[in-house]
Design a binder for this molecule. Sequence first.
Ligand code: FEO
Length: 418
Amino acid sequence: MNSSDAKLSLVADGLYRLSANVRDILFEGIWPIPNGVAMNSYVVKGRKVAIVDGVCGWDGVPDTLFAQLGRMGIALEDIDYVVVNHVEPDHSGWLESFCRVRGDGFSVVASEKAAALLEAFYGIDPATVRVVRDGDSLDLGGRVLRFVEIPNVHWPETIATFDEATGTLLSCDAFGSFGAIGDAPYDDLLGPEEIDFFESEALRYYANIVATFSSAAAKAIAKIDSLLGDRLKIVAPGHGIVWRARPRKIIDDYARYASWQKGPAERCVTVLWGSMYGNTEAALPAALEALRGSGVETRVHRVPETHIGDILASAWKSTGIVLAMPTYEYKMFPPMAAVLDELGRKRVQNRLAFRFGSFGWSGGAQAELEEIVARHKMGWSFLEGVEFKGRPRAEHLAAIGERSAELGRRVLEAVNGR
Ligand code: FEO
């Protein structure tokens, strides 16, 4: 390893980062990652050596990390402990190849629930796992790792690992982001535009991966603050950059994202629209002009052209939602129904909302909309909708403009009154 690589792998004294970028996959088999994602793993060296947060078993990734270890002068036989913060295979998928290459002579360290999952996923005998609970420690010889249970961020077995010597929290998915990493894996090496990029990627990661479990995320943050306080100096997640200069930034960002689940969120309105023959689309400018005139930021996504992963990030940040879609075969325009169902599953709750759209021989979209919102207990507060047969006429456009302006006003009131 040259001196530049060595410097970039060194997070803090005796703590090293291994990382591989992954692109051209759907994360969790669902979510596009147009900017890739970094898979991070960490090596902590006392007299004994632990590797914390594994990586995925995707083609080439374990080999990439094994090679990085080799370049750092760490032989696999040097590793005494593998700490599994989280069993989802993007972090644990290399265990089989690691076990095969490493052989005996090391211990897996994980929570009790993780031990059961490791057996189910990889056939690892739970009796061989060193089970740790809240506050337990692992003495590496002159260096101590301490464990914090953060269940349901976003799986039930999840823990975070705190390196007491450097004040580094190895947090796995918590405080993670999408976005591949170049030559600068630390916030102290990045400019404002690059930090903005990772903030945006963190929001999309949060909305896609963590959002459903926002209550658990908020509890985890409160627990970490209470247990670690000022001792926390660095946040080193399993995805994304390491926060050395401003660890508080990513923690505060995550706390804000978690608070948005139940609204209000930001001064944003997400406009989701779909149209079969242009009739619903013809009413869209009236809504957009009124919303923008009210002073809110608008985020406009056509359905089904926009992937739900992007829509989720937008809706998560928005206090208001406009749904513009026609009736289709007595029900809601099907791709919009799918989007709304996913927003419900992710618990995008308590939004201010407004719906308009066209119908032909019969309505029906409104009834399905109400059914989905009720089924997921979304708690959205709707202004009176506007439906029109065929093309929108002047009175429809006027009503859509008035209601959109009203939605914008209410969004600002909700955000300002928070
Ligand atoms: Fe990055 Fe839940 O795995």
